[in-house]
Design a binder for this molecule. Structure first.
Ligand code: 5GP
Ligand code: ZN
Length: 114
């Protein structure tokens, strides 16, 4: 755990969050500033600064993060959803603990990929 990391503190239960799912290696909780009807963050319990670092250091944990995005979406009654991994400050990353944004109820791809 990184002592100054807000998401490590959420995973440790030291900062409150609305947790919606947990697995051995991950925790999922609602984003405090939701941008879609469903906006959940899936994080590894392991501290890594971004998804690329996580994939390199612990690929099985990165896979579990991906699997949990589906679990969360289905739990929220969505089959279709977007996953966003902001990676690096210039790409908008503000919390440097790897996290998947799970977004459902709006087609995010239309905003910036279409
Ligand atoms: P990033 O910009 O790094 O990809 O996304 C960080 C996300 O974490 C933002 O969408 C922000 O709203 C969310 N966030 C930041 N601090 C907290 C917090 O303390 N609790 C929760 N639930 N979400 C947070
Ligand atoms: Zn952390």
């Amino acid at each position: 755990m990184a002592s100054d990391c807000v998401f490590c503190k959420i995973a440790a239960g030291e900062i409150p969050a609305e947790i919606v799912a947990e697995s051995d290696q991950t925790v999922a909780f609602r984003d405090i500033n939701p941008k879609a009807p469903v906006h959940v963050l899936v994080i590894p319990r392991e501290h890594q600064p971004d998804i690329a670092s996580l994939a390199a250091a612990s690929p099985a944990v990165a896979a579990e993060v991906l699997e949990q995005t589906r679990v969360v979406a289905r739990q929220e009654s969505y089959e279709d959803y977007n996953i966003v991994f902001n990676t690096g400050a210039e790409a908008g990353q503000t919390v440097f603990h790897a996290h998947a944004h799970v977004l459902a109820g709006v087609d995010v791809s239309k905003l910036f990929l279409a």
